[in-house]
Each structure stands twice: as structure tokens, then as C-alpha cells.
Design a binder for this molecule. Structure first.
Ligand code: GLN
Length: 493
């Protein structure tokens, strides 16, 4: 039986019907990992005791216990989410040996729901990047073309699915890190509304933008995962108290009468490659056939999205990452003992050696933009433009229910291509950062392949807390054949 593209819900149903056990399902994916991981490097490390946990789930099911609709399903977790009894590296030397004394709320909820963690996935260092090349543990490769990037920062999460190494995957999205790798690897990825899922135990990059999000081959699996992870958490004061809808039950509503906006500044953008634009037009026609109407929308502040994000995010990062001082957490290297201040020398050396170049660049950018004399010109200005971008969305959502557009300007590019040119790397985020700046939910949906055989995708964005609307539209597109879940086979050795 091929479990790779079976939906996680269907897999759980079979486990619950005792057609196969969670142990068998876990073994299946572990053997896929054993075959494929050497080519892809999707994981920072595998979880200890996955088969034991699967066995526990099997015996709980056997004893008649009612577990969640995803119980027994093998899942991969991005290595930015704290897991107890295991390392959480954030793809950084700084945390390469860090063993958190607590579990992230989102992960705890998945464990409580009976999901089986198979491993922690690779990522750009501290989630800063769009190609998974800044990981201290080395890059992840795109299963559809191992010479290319899987995207990032949740590159391992997306690649692990595309290579058939797990049934579900959890990432995080600060400026596109769930949606962009999902797009590059041909899987679905959802960034929920800011505050919809607790950030407790999600290692902070930019706290006003960070959000946990699921990736899967099937839209209904994202819905099932959201139902488990969403909700208020006393341990995260920014988590929302709003009731959690029954995301699964809300799939299947007809799209007749739905108003979908296309952002003119996005589809006409000079950087947008033709095959990605074609995917958006194709999806637009499908939505029309499903009964939706299309409206053109203006987004006057689109061109400021990337510069605004690349001020706000580094400013917050410079503050968040000040905790890695060689004393409280992580990597420590003693400095020159004869230095005037051996303590300063230790902090300086620990940070110099513990962080990679991209993280240092962000810390320096953020520290500069927050410093006296520059704060008003940079950080404060960025906050003002952030408000204008949010207003563009509010204005759009007075006229339409959803926005349709590209996720990325291009499909996956070759490894190394943008490594020496950070600005080019940053410009790849031009269609994704808006949803984070405005705190809105957005989904990346596969939309076929380019002539070169690389996945392309489209993005849908919705007003705050309207994840159901996004999931439903994506589900209807999936049902109508916009994409078929597929797994890339590893290259022959
Ligand atoms: N690529 C973006 C960045 O480098 C987004 C990263 C993310 O969402 N974590 O900041």
C-alpha cells in the first residue's frame, strides 16, 4: 500500500479500523526516510522512540479509547518548536545541543491527539531565510530536483512531505516560511491568523509576525490539523480567545457567489515568471467555473511590503536573539581570559561563533534600525507603512471575500543561486510578507508543474480568522482537480 499520498485523515481512519497499525504506518515512513533522507536531508534528527509511541497509540485504540481523527499518524515537526526530551536546534550552532525543558503548546496538542512525531525538520537558521541553505546542519534539497532549493525557512517540512517521508508536517511562517516551501515542493501549506495558534514554545524570530502552520498533501488534513492546534493558550498572551470552528465540517460549501480579488500589482509584477502567472490565471478560471466572481483589486502599498518586513523582522530579531549570550542558553565559548572584561569576551565569542552570517546580518540590521537617531527614520517609519499595508487589505476585503495571487515570483531555483545576494533572496518574499504584516491567514495551494517539472502554486488570502473560507476554497479547487497529491521519487543511486 502506498501511504505517501494517502490523506492523513484516511490513514488515521484505517488505523482506527485496525486495517493497519500505527506501528506499521510509522515503520513505513521510517523506511522511506532510510531510503530517501541521504538525498534530501529534510531532518535535523529523527525522534527517539517513535515506534514506542506508535505502539502506545495502537494499544489505546485497541482498548477502545476514543482518540482524535488523526490519531496514529506520523508527523514531522520543524526544529523551531520545542520538544521535550529531544533537541531543538533551530538549525543553529547556537542551539545545536539545546534540550528544551518544556514542550511547545502546538506540539503538545498534537501529541495529546495521538500523532506520532517521527523527526524534527531542517530549516534556515532561526527561520531567517528562504532556501534552508543557512542551516548550520547543511541545506535541504528539493525532492523534485535535488539541485534546487526546497524553499525555506520550513524547507525540511515541505521536502519531507514531497519525498513521502511523513504524512503531515508542521512549520512556522514569519514572512512566508510555510507557504513558500510548500509552493516549491508541491504541497499545501497554511499560515493561520496571527494568534490563532499558540506561539508558546515556538522559538521567537519576530514575535509580531511569527505563526505556526501545518503542511500536507491534502487540504482536509490541514483542516484536521488546525482543529487540533488552534485555540487560546494562557501561556501566550497574544493567542486569540476566539472560538475554534469545526474546520473539517466547514469544508464542502459551494463557492457560488464567492467574490475573489486579484491584486493587480501582484499579477502584473515584473518579477513574476510567466508559468506562475499562468497558474494564477488557470486557478482564476477554475474559481469562475465553480461559481465565484473575480474582481481586480489595487494594492497601493504592495511595493513597500518587502522593505517594511525587512525592517520590522530584523528589529524584533535583534531583540529576541539578545538572549543567546552564552550564559542563559546554548553555545558558549570562553574568550580571552586576559581581556579587560572576560565576561564580555565570552559573550562576544559565543555569539560570533554560535550564529551564522545571515543571523548576524539581521541582528546588525535590526540593532542599527532601532538605535538612537535612526529609530524614527527606520523602525517607526516601517510601523507606519505596516499600518498602510494593513489598510490595503481592509479596503480589499470590503469588496471581496478572498484574494488570489502567486505565492512566489518563480518556481524553485538552484541551490546557491541567491546565497551571496541577500537582497535577491529577500525579494523572493514579495507576495508572502503582506499577510504576516497584516496578521491575516493565507494558504499556498499546488497548481501543477512547469514545463521543467517543477511545482507551481497559488496563494489565497482571507480576512482575520477566516481560515475556514481559505480551506474551503482550496478544498473545492483540490476536488475540481487543480492538483493531485504526488510524491517525488528519490534519484536512482
Ligand atoms: N524568507 C523570510 C525571511 O527570511 C521569511 C522567513 C520566515 O517566514 N520564517 O525572513
Amino acid at each position: 500500500m502506498n501511504l505517501c499520498t494517502l490523506s492523513a485523515l484516511e490513514l488515521a481512519t484505517r488505523i482506527q479500523a485496525r486495517e493497519l497499525s500505527s506501528v506499521e504506518a510509522t515503520q513505513y515512513f521510517l523506511s522511506r526516510i532510510a531510503e530517501t533522507e541521504q538525498h534530501i536531508h529534510a531532518f535535523t534528527h529523527l525522534a527517539e522512540g517513535a515506534l514506542d509511541r506508535a505502539e502506545q497509540i495502537d494499544s489505546r485504540l485497541k482498548s477502545g479509547e476514543q482518540l482524535s481523527p488523526l490519531a496514529g499518524v506520523p508527523i514531522a515537526i520543524k526544529d523551531v518548536l520545542c520538544t521535550i526530551g529531544d533537541r531543538t536546534t533551530c538549525g543553529s550552532r547556537m542551539l545545536s545541543e539545546y534540550r528544551p525543558p518544556y514542550m511547545a503548546t502546538a506540539v503538545q496538542k498534537l501529541v495529546d491527539a495521538g500523532l506520532v512525531i517521527v523527526g524534527k525538520t531542517n530549516m534556515d537558521e532561526f527561520a531567517m531565510g528562504g532556501s534552508t541553505e543557512s542551516s548550520y546542519l547543511g541545506p535541504t534539497r528539493n525532492p523534485w530536483d535535488v539541485q534546487r532549493t526546497p524553499g525555506g525557512s520550513s524547507g525540511g517540512a515541505a521536502a519531507s512531505l514531497a519525498a513521502g517521508m511523513c504524512s503531515l508536517s508542521i512549520g512556522s511562517d514569519t514572512g512566508g516560511s510555510v507557504r513558500q516551501p510548500a509552493a516549491f515542493c508541491g504541497v499545501c501549506g497554511l499560515k493561520p491568523t496571527y494568534g490563532r495558534i499558540s506561539r508558546y514554545g515556538l522559538v521567537a524570530f519576530a514575535s509580531s509576525l511569527d505563526q505556526v502552520g501545518p503542511l500536507a498533501h491534502h487540504v482536509q488534513d490541514l483542516a484536521a490539523c488546525m482543529a487540533i492546534m488552534a485555540g487560546h493558550d494562557n501561556r501566550d498572551s497574544t493567542s486569540l480567545a476566539a472560538e475554534v470552528p469545526d474546520y473539517l465540517a466547514e469544508l464542502g460549501r459551494p463557492l457560488k457567489g464567492l467574490k475573489v480579488g486579484i491584486i493587480r500589482e501582484q499579477v502584473e509584477h515584473a518579477a513574476l515568471e510567466a508559468e506562475v502567472r499562468d497558474a494564477v490565471s488557470h486557478t482564476q478560471r477554475m474559481l469562475e467555473e465553480l461559481g465565484a466572481s473575480i474582481l481586480e483589486i489595487d494594492f497601493p502599498h504592495q511595493e513597500y511590503a518587502v522593505p517594511t518586513y525587512y525592517l520590522v523582522a530584523p528589529c524584533e530579531a535583534s531583540s529576541n536573539l539578545s538572549r543567546y549570550d552564552g550564559v542563559h542558553y546554548g553555545y558558549r565559548e570562553l574568550g580571552d581570559a586576559s581581556a579587560e572584561s572576560p565576561l564580555d569576551a565570552m559573550i562576544s565569542r559565543s555569539r560570533s561563533r554560535g550564529f551564522g552570517p545571515e543571523v548576524k546580518r539581521r541582528i546588525m540590521l535590526g540593532t542599527f534600525a532601532l538605535s538612537a537617531g535612526y529609530y524614527d527614520a527606520y523602525y517607526k517609519k516601517a510601523l507606519q507603512v505596516r499600518r498602510l499595508i494593513t489598510q490595503d487589505y481592509h479596503r480589499a476585503f470590503q469588496d471581496v471575500d478572498l484574494l488570489l495571487g502567486p505565492v512566489t515570483p518563480t518556481p524553485a531555483y538552484p541551490l546557491g543561486e541567491k546565497l551571496d545576494d541577500p537582497v535577491q533572496m529577500y525579494l523572493g518574499d514579495l507576495f508572502t510578507v503582506g499577510a504576516n504584516l497584516a496578521g491575516l491567514p493565507a494558504i499556498s495551494v499546488p497548481a501543477g508543474f512547469t514545463s521543467e517539472g517543477l511545482p507551481v502554486a497559488v496563494q489565497l488570502q482571507a480576512p482575520a480568522l477566516e481560515e475556514s473560507r481559505l480551506l474551503n476554497a482550496a478544498f473545492q479547487l483540490q476536488q475540481a482537480g487543480l492538483f493531485t497529491p504526488q510524491v517525488a521519487e528519490p534519484p536512482a543511486t
